[in-house]
Structure formats: C-alpha cells, structure tokens
Unconditional design. Structure first.
Length: 254
C-alpha cells in the first residue's frame, strides 16, 4: 500500500513539473497575445509588442517594443513607445488570488501629446480605459463576468523618457522635452489588490501628469517669448499676449 501511494506521489510531482515546463515554454507567446488582445479592448487603440521573455521559475521578465497607438482623428503615429521594460514578481503568487509584482522598470519611453492642454490623445486614451473599467465593474457586480485577478505592485519607476509636444497652442510646431521621473510605490498593497485596468489607469494618469508638466515648461517658454515680442507693440497686443500666457498657466492648475 505504501509503495502504491509513493508511486502516485512521484507521478503527481512529475506531472506538476511537466505542467510548469510546458507553461514556461509557451508563457511568452501567451502573454504577448493577451496584451495584444486585451490592450486594444481596454484602450480602444492599437497595442503591439515585439517580444516577451518571462520565467515562471525566477519571476523575472522583459517586455520589448511596446507600441500604443493613437485614437482616431490624431495625426501623430503613436501615443507611447517603450523600447524595453523589466518586471520582477513573486513566482509563488502566480497561483494565488493576488499577483505580487516586486518591481517594474520602464526606461526611456517615447511619449507624444497631441491636441490641447485639457483634451488630447493621452486624455482620450485614459477616458477609454476608465470607460472599460466602469463596464467591467458593473458586469462583475451583476455576476455577468468573473472578477479579474488582482495585482500588487510594490515599486514602479519610469526614467529617461521624453515627450514629443504637438499642441495647437504651438501653431503647428512641435518640440521634444524631458519626461520627469515617475515613481509609484505600494499599488494595491493595503487591499486585496488592484485590477490590471486600475493599474493602467494609475500609470496613465501619472504619465499624463508628467507629459503635461514637460509641455507646460515648453509652452510657458513660448508664452514668455510672445510677451517679449509684443513689448514694442501697442498696449492692446501686450494685454492679449498676457491673457494667453495666464490662460495656459490656469489650465495646468486645474
């Protein structure tokens, strides 16, 4: 009897290892396909990945060539491009109700803000994400949809990014400014976790804030130049330019 039980345990362990090995072999393509399928549904824009490398054993992974397109009506080719991002998570949490991500590092993202200071391609994408979040929450509450698996992100850093500013206030011109470093910690730590959509909302809000911060400096410099240029003109021209500059500042205080 003991020998039979022992053999059953050995078979169970072998099968379990086989499942992990097979899962590891196909995990990269599964993640890539999931992102490229769920991404457009959530953001309502084109989402593509060049490649994914994730180890189910070590919990370390790399995402390369993330492309986030623009909503319909915008002329610039993309909203966000990321060459490479690294992720480190607790492998044991993959089988639990809350996946624990130890760290996320996004290096040198290329972000484009097009449109107005308040209404632009980035705010439109955020609206799409928020709309999707509301719909999934209602579906989960009514029992029409299974609640999404939750996530906890202990540390998320975005560094070395740049913002391509293409705003109507620039009169058709564009410029590139640095993206301030973004550092988020303890996301979902003090709760049952947050959904992937909620995580996307939080990150997008921080990216938009950083992008607008960089755009503010660019537009403010232009505003200062406008005021300098109108010094030799009449009082009406100077007053008009001053109102434009103050209006720009007021938008960012909201």
């Amino acid at each position: 009897m003991k020998k039979i039980v022992f053999r059953i345990l050995i078979v169970a362990v072998v099968l379990l290892l086989a499942v992990f090995i097979v899962a590891g072999m196909f995990l990269d393509s599964i993640v890539k396909k999931s992102v490229e399928t769920a991404g457009p549904a959530i953001t309502k824009v084109d989402v593509r990945l060049e490649g994914v490398s994730l180890s189910v054993f070590s919990g370390k992974g790399t995402i390369k060539g993330l492309f986030l397109g623009n909503p319909t009506g915008y002329k610039t080719p993309s909203a966000i491009r990321v060459g490479e991002a690294t992720v480190r998570l607790k492998p044991g949490s993959l089988m639990s109700n809350k996946i624990v991500v130890e760290s996320v590092s996004i290096v040198a993202p290329d972000i484009t803000i097009e449109g107005g200071l308040k209404d632009n391609n980035l705010t439109k994408i955020l609206e799409n994400v928020q709309s999707f979040s509301g719909a999934t929450t209602n579906a989960a509450q009514t029992g029409a949809e299974k609640p999404a698996q939750k996530i906890q992100v202990n540390d998320l850093v975005i560094t070395g990014g740049r913002v391509n500013v293409s705003l109507g206030l620039l009169g058709g011109k564009s410029m590139t400014v640095p993206l301030p470093e973004i550092h988020l910690t303890g996301l979902g730590k003090d709760s049952d976790g947050i959904t992937p959509v909620e995580l996307a909302q939080t990150v997008m809000k921080s990216v938009i804030e950083g992008a607008l911060s960089g755009a503010t400096k660019a537009v403010s410099n232009i505003g200062g130049g406008v005021l300098d240029a109108t010094k030799s003109l009449g009082g009406g021209a100077r007053e008009g330019a001053d109102k434009i500059t103050k209006g720009i500042g007021g938008l960012f205080k909201k």
